[in-house]
Design a protein around this ligand. Sequence first.
Ligand code: FE2
Ligand code: FE2
Length: 268
Amino acid sequence: MNDLDYSRPIEIGDGVFWVGFNDIESGLHCNPFLIIDGDEAILIDGGSRPDFPQVMMKILKTGIAPKSIVGLIYQHYDPDLCGSLPNLEDLISSPELKIYSTYENHMFIRHYSSASQIVNIRTIDCIFKFKSGRKLRFIQTPFAHAAGSFVTFDEKSGILFTSDLFGSLNKDWQLYQEVGDRCLESNNETACHSNSAECPLTGIYAFHRMNFPSRSVLEYAMQTIENVDFAMIAPQHGSLLDRKTGRAIMHKLASLTGVGIERYLKKQ
Ligand SMILES: [Fe+2]
Ligand SMILES: [Fe+2]
C-alpha cells in the first residue's frame, strides 16, 4: 500500500477514486472522492480553489469527460471543500449539474456560486440514485461540525465518506493509515502508550478537539453511524481507515474529552 503513485487517481473501492494529492507543505490533506458509475459520476467534497488544478487533473486521468459529472455533494460548506465550486461548474459546463447538500449548508454554499441547481437532500429522502440503481445514502450528523453536516454511504463499495469526521492533522501522511493494536488499545487522554508523536490517533484527536463544538456533538454523530455496516471510512482530511480501525476510532471519538468549547469552560 505504501508504494502508491499519488500522482494518479487511486481506486479505493468499486468505481470510487481518491482524486486528491499528497500536499507535503500542509498538515491538512484534503481528499475529494469521485464515484464513477456507468456514464455518470459524482464528486464528493470537491476541494479548495488552490487545489483545483491538481484535483481536476486527477479527475481527467480517470478517463471520464467532465460533463459526465452529474452531481457535486458537499457534506458541509467550508472553503477547503467548496472553494473550487465555480471552477468545477465552468469546466463541467452542464445545465444538468446539481449540488446536493442540506438546507443549512446551502445558505452558505450559494455564496460560492449560484449557477447550479441546488438539491436539499431531505427532499429526496436522503438518497441519491444512479441510473444503474446504485444508491448513496446521506446520514445527517448535525453540528458535526456544521449545523447541516452529513456523511454519505455508498452501498455498493461499502465506503462511508465522513467529511471532517475521522479527519486528522498529520504531516506524515499516507492514503491508507495503519493503526497498530497498541495504539487502538490506548486511552483517549494519552493517545498511546508508546511515543504519542508517532501515534496516528494523536492527529485525529487534535483535529476533533479543535474543530468540533462539543463532546455531545461527536457522541451523537458516532451513535448515528454505529449501525452503518461500512467497510471503509473515507474522511476529507487524513487517511482512509479500514473497518476494524474505523470502528475502534468511532468508539473512541464517542467519548473523547476536551472537545471544542469544553477546553475553554475548563479554564474558567
Ligand atoms: Fe470543515
Ligand atoms: Fe475540512
